[in-house]
Write a protein that binds this ligand. Structure first.
Ligand code: ZN
Length: 325
């Protein structure tokens, strides 16, 4: 799993290009879709889009946030403009450090994906020697700045509108990760929660048969149902034979239909940084932390832990640091 920082270019106090469509408005739509599909692909994703501020703060915010988070990749999303108006197509390009192999590989995949959608492929542009782009030079990690298309080019904009942000953002996300990403999250009713450990490299497959992500040996995930040879995770299926059950909790007995429609229970975090763990013990793997004041949705109480909605597979937090709402 990589940590990928994504930002929309510019901000509404310091806006980007504008012609038939507005760059700042559209890059935020694409940014949100890219993040949605990266998360669906199981990537650790970070939105480093600033709110309204001046140009220098705007640029520094994104690269500082990506650097501080020690992201593996930084993906700023922009739209281009070269003329006041343009009748025809101009196309897509990415700006990057041409001497960085990861940037070149990811950049090529992104422009090839956009080309497959019908945008003219303008290829890779040198953001270090050609133009000194802040996002490429000030980031500690490979940074690939995507110029989706040109806001004044009639054919670029009509293709952009015809396809819509979801299709385009998904293609960019697939270019970033290098594989296709399943479309739909299967909304599986929670019958139980069982912590399972992957014992052989195993794909997670969605209802349409697409490979959402691949788990490594030792990864721990929470199954919420089972179907013959499959454990069901909230985002799809996983092969049962490649997993073993790690913890049998008191929640393993099927929850009755009446219980599944119970009113949602929420709590708020009272610790300054509360660990979310993969199981209901203090030695269970840490999945992440929640800041004080974060509202969580609680599924169940297991021993002195709450099982909460977290990521695609849920997690457990110590009940000592949650105040029920
Ligand atoms: Zn821009």
């Amino acid at each position: 799993m990589s940590k990928i920082a994504v930002r929309g270019g510019h901000n509404f106090a310091c806006p980007g290009a504008s012609a038939i469509i507005d760059e700042t408005t559209e890059d935020r739509k694409i940014k949100d879709v890219v993040i949605k599909y990266l998360k669906l692909a199981g990537e650790d994703t970070l939105d480093v889009t600033p709110s309204n501020c001046g140009e220098n703060e705007d640029l520094n915010y994104g690269t500082n946030a990506a650097n501080n988070a020690k992201a593996d990749l930084f993906i700023p999303i922009h739209f281009n403009k070269a003329y006041d108006s343009y009748n025809g197509k101009i196309g897509s390009e990415v700006w990057l450090n041409p001497n960085n192999a990861t940037s070149v590989a990811v950049g090529n995949r992104i422009v090839n994906k956009l080309e497959a959608l019908g945008f003219k492929n303008r290829g890779l542009k040198d953001g270090i020697n050609g133009e000194h782009l802040h996002d490429i030079k000030a980031s500690n990690m490979p940074s690939i700045l995507v110029e989706v298309c040109f806001v004044e080019a009639t054919e670029d904009v009509s293709l952009y509108k015809k396809l819509g942000a979801d299709v385009i953002g998904k293609s960019i996300a697939e270019g970033i990760v290098g594989h296709t990403i399943g479309n739909a999250i299967v909304s599986t009713p929670i019958k139980f929660r069982k912590l399972i450990k992957i014992i052989k490299q195993t794909p997670l497959i969605d209802a349409g048969g697409a490979n959402i992500r691949t788990f490594k040996v030792g990864d721990e995930v929470t199954a919420v149902d089972e179907d013959k040879n499959w454990w069901i995770l909230p985002a799809g299926s996983i092969s049962k034979v490649n997993c073993q059950e790690v913890i049998k909790t008191s929640t393993t007995k099927p929850i009755t239909a009446a219980n599944t429609s119970k009113t949602a229970q929420y709590g708020v975090v009272t610790a300054s940084a509360l660990f979310v763990r993969s199981g209901h013990t203090l030695t269970s793997t840490k999945l992440g932390t929640l800041d004080k004041g974060t509202k969580v949705r609680i599924d169940n109480k297991v021993d002195n832990f709450y099982s909460i909605y977290y990521g695609i597979c849920g997690g457990f937090v110590s009940a000592d640091y949650i105040t029920l709402l």
